[in-house]
Design a protein around this ligand. Structure first.
Ligand SMILES: [Zn+2]
Length: 389
């Protein structure tokens, strides 16, 4: 099937006012900028005019669900619905993230999500835990945190059949540095997060192959200038191109000024906007369950109903935004559109080896969002087909 779209589009970091995008099947077959002085190419008059600006669709490397269901529900139909919800909101590529679970549940979750990846609904699996630090466990069940063993890692990688692409871990745990090496040797991104690691421990993890920071600032010690901590080591790693920093730039997890500072310091090619979305994304306030723990969502902010010590409310428990909301928010706060789209699409696509995503380019997969003046998606195309909102 052939489709011709015509309208403003972000091409090579610039919004061009009149672009013709020819789509052949699932791929972009031609991108032509039309200027006043040039003859429009054949077919330009019959092209479908888009009302808004075409951007590459978003890529979310840290996402637990959305639309009322989650990948952590351990149910294949629920997981498929969560993926389709994300697609319809503009995130047409994503890693499905699990949380800390018992060995048996984790294996089940990985098996379910590997099938989802076989079906092309997600682009891989992210294990967030169970090898995390008790002191920075956030919304992970602290009773299920454990030290990594080669046997458990090998079993999970086997069940994942190549679909496990990223693992969030605390390198300071016993065998934490071994875990970084095992994963790196297997071609899996080792991501430093939910950690109480010192500066030196993070530098060692980066030297051993870790190349991602899981939601920078959240799930790690705050950056105090007199204390050795993970944040400056991760920033330094990103500044020399050795790490991509996930940021949940939704206004609740990290201050917008902090987001802007990080993007200015390390560049949008080293920042990935992630949603960390749980089931409540796009589904409203209320009571939810995340990895067996009760969560309450109030005014769009998800928190554990009770902290492990019984006090309430507990820690932040994932996000309720979509990457599209985050891009819109950050552009609204002054981040140039091209940088926001790099962080929301191109940088995570590159990290994950999805070379045909993250840009409106010849040969790329035809995954587009059409956005209004507030950079809110009005239409989404995935694999050359418009999705229903
Ligand atoms: Zn998460």
């Amino acid at each position: 099937m052939n489709t011709m779209l015509r309208g403003p589009a972000l091409i090579d970091d610039v919004v061009l006012p009149d672009v013709l995008v020819r789509i052949d099947g699932e791929r972009i077959a031609a991108v032509t900028a039309i200027t006043g002085g040039t003859e429009p190419p054949p077919g330009a008059d019959g092209a479908e005019r888009v009302s808004g600006t075409m951007l590459p669709a978003y890529v979310d490397m840290h996402c637990h669900g959305g639309g009322g269901t989650a990948f952590t529900d351990l149910d294949d139909a629920a997981a498929a619905r969560a993926a389709e919800h994300q697609h319809a909101r503009g995130t047409t590529s994503l890693l499905a993230s699990l949380v800390t679970m018992s060995p048996r549940d984790l294996e089940r979750g990985v098996a379910i999500l590997a099938e989802l990846a076989d079906d092309g609904l997600v682009d891989g699996i992210h294990l967030e835990g169970p090898w995390l630090a008790e002191a920075r466990c956030g919304a992970h069940d602290p009773t299920l945190l454990r030290d990594p063993t080669l046997a458990e890692v090998e079993r999970l990688l086997a069940v994942g059949r190549g679909h496990i692409r990223q693992v969030t871990l605390a390198p300071e745990r016993d065998h934490g540095m071994d875990l970084v090496r095992w994963l790196t040797a297997a071609g899996v991104h080792a991501a430093v997060g939910h950690t109480a690691a010192s500066f030196v421990q993070v530098e060692q993890a980066l030297a051993a192959g870790a190349d991602v920071a899981t939601h920078l600032f959240n799930g790690m010690d705050p950056w105090h200038h007199r204390v050795s901590s993970a944040v400056p080591a991760l920033l330094r790693g990103a500044a020399r191109g050795a790490a991509v920093l996930e940021i949940i730039a939704d206004g609740a997890h990290v201050a917008d000024e902090t987001v802007r500072t990080v993007v200015d310091l390390v560049g949008a090619d080293s920042v990935a906007f992630v949603s960390d979305a749980m089931a409540a994304a796009g589904a409203g306030d209320g009571a939810y369950v995340l990895g067996g723990l009760d969560v309450v969502v109030h005014h769009g902010v998800a928190r554990l109903t009770h902290a492990p010590d019984g006090t309430s409310p507990g820690s932040l428990a994932g996000g309720t935004s979509h990457v599209a909301d985050i891009v819109s928010r950050q552009v609204g706060h002054g981040l140039p559109l091209a940088y926001a789209v790099r962080a929301g699409a191109r940088t995570p696509a590159r990290l994950l080896g999805l070379g045909d995503r993250g840009a409106i380019d010849l040969g790329a997969r035809a995954d587009l969002v059409v956005v209004d003046e507030s950079v809110r998606p009005t239409r989404v195309m995935r694999r050359g087909r418009w999705l229903e909102g």
